[in-house]
Every structure is written in structure tokens, then in C-alpha cells.
Design a protein around this ligand. Structure first.
Ligand code: SF4
Length: 455
């Protein structure tokens, strides 16, 4: 199985990396992101200080994780909400199933949440006969296409305008030549019907605020607000790492997330939900639940080296900075979280036996770490994963003698010179074909080495 996953990864990586259409779409969409981020950076008086401060808040929170989570539970419960602790994805699904059965929920509107992707919520709701509709436009598009999010912030980044027009034409008979605005208006009209009819609304949480007993949600379309305003039941599903100590921390973290996620000063809608509607309020959900998800996170937490990985605010900047992600695309990873952060956490959350091969999908250029708003040492953590993978025997056994042979041969100039350039080129060609990919070449060796010519 593990080898199957690694094999599939290599095949897909090789295919996508040479798919020119994919490359063009990603370049176009990423180009817009880079321009927005560069412009946004100018708004910071001292961006490095903001990164230091954000990193300090997240590191401090991790040192006191259980205290802050319990503080959140106490304060949120005092507002009339209910906190449910889910050790696994199955636990989270069981809670939701129970709530839906108790309240006769048949339809759900959902705003974008990678945690719900992690627990495969839509697929599980389908099994119990509940319709779940994604309301974020990008998510709506990938749901219509029967796909998963391609990117943790921009789920439909791999689709061009023409791709979306084709999709809307197939599903709704909408004209192929429709403009982006017309397609957005169509999605808006379709979603309005769903908001009004939904029995429950589900969101994730960008931050869980301990002292306020609330969750903070950022978005650009108002769909999370709509998803939580009309239905009688509201459920938020959040990983335990989303906790922050104080409401005032949002002053830094909200714009910091927006800047690094999309290049915006702040997202169009930033909402704080602190429980069901109060007696004096005319609208809002009658019941609100927050499901705190572990699902392997405490495995990371227990390891001193990897605890820092729980600092992530899921801005997606490391994906956009990664030369591997840009070439092989989001789907090749076959994980909920892709790119550098996915490469770090996926083997721990879902098993090295399944995902050890991801550690090889890194050039160790460290561009990811240089952009991370919470200063996560992503490249170091990937290297640590490689160490675990090698020591745990998760890489093909044939690699070890090959690396040892190569090390022996290249260690001294005398050994390197014992064969001519022709032999060296034949050897690297064979190695390259078997281990480096057919479409990549090693640099050519000269017929005679420089050392020999000097002599
Ligand atoms: S690791 Fe850093 S750059 Fe990557 S998604 Fe998390 S916060 Fe953003």
C-alpha cells in the first residue's frame, strides 16, 4: 500500500510537471497572488517584527495548550455553547451524526474548512442521507467537479475561467462564453436557495479565542456568515492547534493571515462567534457546538522537534513559495494538507508507512520557511522527517547500497578519476533514469577530468 502510494505519487508528479496547461493556469493564478502579497508587504512598517510576534504568540500558546483549550471550553460553555472533544475523525463524525439525528437535520450549508476535508465530512454526511453544500465559491466549484480542494486557501486554483465555464455549462446549461461575474451571480443565486433551506451550518475556525470563548472566522464572500445566520444549528470543527490566548491577538493575527494568504489587508468579512443566539437576539443559531479535533495532532505535540508544526495558521504561503508544489500541483500529494506544511505533518497525522515518500518532494531550498508568517522551520522539519523515514526503513531498501556506493566513489578525486567521462556519463544516465526521472539529465562529465589535464 505504502509503495503503491509512493508509486502513484511519482507517476502523477511526472505527468503534472510536464502538463503545460496546468503550468499556465498555476502561473497565472500564483502570479496574481505574488503581486498582491508584494503590494501588501508595503503596508507593514516592520514585517519581520510582525512575524516574530506572531511566532511568539503561537509558541507561547503551545506551551500552555491544554490550559487555553480548557479556558475556551469554560468561556464558550458559559455563553450557552457546547464543546465536544474528538480524538479521531470517527469521533467527530459520530458527534455530528448524533446532533443531526437529534435535530432531524437533512441539509447542511458549509463554509470552507480544511478540517472538515480532513474528516471527509461531506462523504460521511452523504452516507447518513444529509445533503452538504459547499458555499465558498472555490469549494463550490471543486464540489461540482467532484474534486477535493487543490490548495488549502484557494481550492480551485488549478481551474481557469474556461474550465469553470465548462463546468457550469455541464451542470446548469450556462453559456460557455459567460463572464466571471455572470458565473459568480449564478453560483450566488443557487446558494441563496440552499442557505434558506438548510437545517444546519458548518464552518471551520481560523482561530479559537480562549479568553473570549469564541471562534474567529475569516472569509471574502460572506458565505460563512450566511451559513451561520439562517440555520438553527451551527457547528464549528477546528483542530486543537487553532487556539490563541486572547481576543486582542486577533489584532495582529487576522491581518497577518490575510496578508500571507491572499495579500489583503484583512479579509472582507471577519466574524467572531461566541455561542448560540441570546435571549435578546432576534436571529442566529439556537444551538452552537465547537468540535475540537485531535486526529493525530497530539502525536506531533508529544515530540519536542515537531510541536512547532502546530503553530501553523494555514495561510498557504509555503505552498505558493514551494517550487515542488508549483510543478507537481496540489493533487499529487494525495493529502488534505499539501506543499511544505503537508509534507511535514501528513506522515505524522496519517502514518509514515503511507506518506514517508513526501519527504523526498523537497529541494530543501527553504523558501517556505523564509515566507512563513509564524517562522516555522519547515525545511528543518522535512529533514527530520527524512531521518525518521530512513531510520524507520520507509524508503526502498535498494537506495541504501546505491547511496553508499555513490558516496564511496565520489569521496576522493582518485576514485572519481579511475574511470573516464564516458563511463561516468553512462552511470549517471542509468541512475537518473531509475531514480531521478526520465526527463531530467545530470550535467555531462568531460572526457578527461580537469585534474588529469592539469597533470
Ligand atoms: S507553515 Fe507557515 S506558511 Fe505554511 S501554511 Fe502554515 S503558517 Fe502558512
Amino acid at each position: 500500500m505504502a509503495n503503491q502510494k509512493a508509486k502513484k505519487f511519482k507517476e502523477n508528479a511526472a505527468r503534472v510537471a510536464f502538463d503545460e496547461r496546468h503550468r499556465k493556469t498555476i502561473r497565472f493564478n500564483m502570479g496574481k497572488y505574488y503581486a498582491a502579497v508584494a503590494k501588501g508587504s508595503a503596508r507593514y512598517q516592520n514585517r519581520e517584527a510582525a512575524r516574530d510576534r506572531a511566532a511568539a504568540i503561537k509558541r507561547h500558546t503551545l506551551e500552555h495548550l491544554s490550559e487555553y483549550l480548557q479556558q475556551f471550553e469554560k468561556n464558550f460553555t458559559a455563553h450557552g455553547g457546547e464543546v465536544l472533544w474528538a480524538r479521531t475523525a470517527d469521533d467527530a463524525i459520530a458527534y455530528i451524526t448524533e446532533i443531526f439525528k437529534e435535530n432531524n437535520v437533512k441539509s447542511v450549508v458549509k463554509s470552507k474548512s480544511m478540517t472538515t476535508e480532513e474528516i471527509e465530512l461531506n462523504e460521511n454526511l452523504k452516507k447518513i442521507g444529509v445533503e452538504s453544500v459547499e458555499t465558498d465559491l472555490g469549494e463550490y466549484i471543486v464540489q461540482l467537479a467532484g474534486e477535493k480542494p487543490y490548495h488549502i486557501v484557494t481550492p480551485a486554483m488549478h481551474k481557469s475561467k474556461a474550465d469553470v465555464a465548462e463546468l457550469f455549462n455541464k451542470h446548469f446549461g450556462f453559456p460557455l462564453e459567460s463572464s466571471a461575474e455572470e458565473m459568480t451571480m449564478l453560483a450566488r443565486a443557487k446558494l441563496r436557495e440552499k442557505y434558506l433551506a438548510a437545517d444546519a451550518g458548518i464552518t471551520g475556525a481560523n482561530f479559537i479565542v480562549a479568553d473570549k470563548g469564541a471562534i474567529a472566522v475569516t472569509e471574502n464572500e460572506g458565505n460563512a456568515l450566511m451559513s451561520t445566520s439562517f440555520p438553527k444549528i451551527q457547528i464549528a470543527i477546528a483542530g486543537i492547534e487553532k487556539i490563541i490566548p486572547s481576543y486582542k491577538d486577533l489584532g495582529l493575527l487576522w491581518p497577518h493571515l490575510a496578508q500571507n494568504g491572499t495579500g489583503q489587508p484583512i479579509t472582507a468579512y471577519s466574524s467572531v462567534f461566541s455561542g448560540p443566539k441570546r435571549a435578546n437576539e432576534s436571529h442566529g443559531p439556537e444551538k452552537m457546538y465547537v468540535i475540537l479535533l485531535d486526529n493525530g495532532r497530539t502525536q506531533l505535540y508529544k515530540q519536542d522537534t515537531f510541536r512547532v508544526a502546530l503553530s501553523c495558521i494555514r495561510c498557504g504561503a509555503c505552498l505558493n513559495a514551494c517550487p515542488i508544489y508549483k510543478n507537481i500541483g496540489g493533487y499529487t500529494y494525495d493529502t488534505t494538507y499539501q506543499g511544505p506544511i503537508g509534507t511535514v505533518i501528513s506522515p505524522h497525522l496519517r502514518g509514515f508507512d503511507q506518506f514517508a515518500h513526501l519527504c523526498s518532494a523537497c529541494s530543501l531550498c527553504a523558501n517556505c520557511a523564509s515566507v512563513c508568517p509564524v517562522r516555522m522551520p519547515l525545511n528543518d522539519l522535512i529533514l527530520e522527517n527524512r531521518k525518521i523515514a530512513v531510520e524507520g526503513g520507509y524508503f526502498p531498501k535498494s537506495e541504501k547500497p546505491m547511496i553508499e556506493g555513490l558516496t564511496f566513489f565520489t569521496k576522493t578525486a582518485n576514485r572519481m578519476d579511475c574511470v573516464g567521462g564516458g563511463m561516468k556519463n553512462a552511470a549517471t544516465k542509468c541512475l537518473g533514469k531509475n531514480f531521478w526521472g526520465e526527463k531530467r539529465d545530470f550535467p555531462k562529465f568531460a572526457k578527461k577530468s580537469f585534474r588529469k589535464m592539469m597533470k
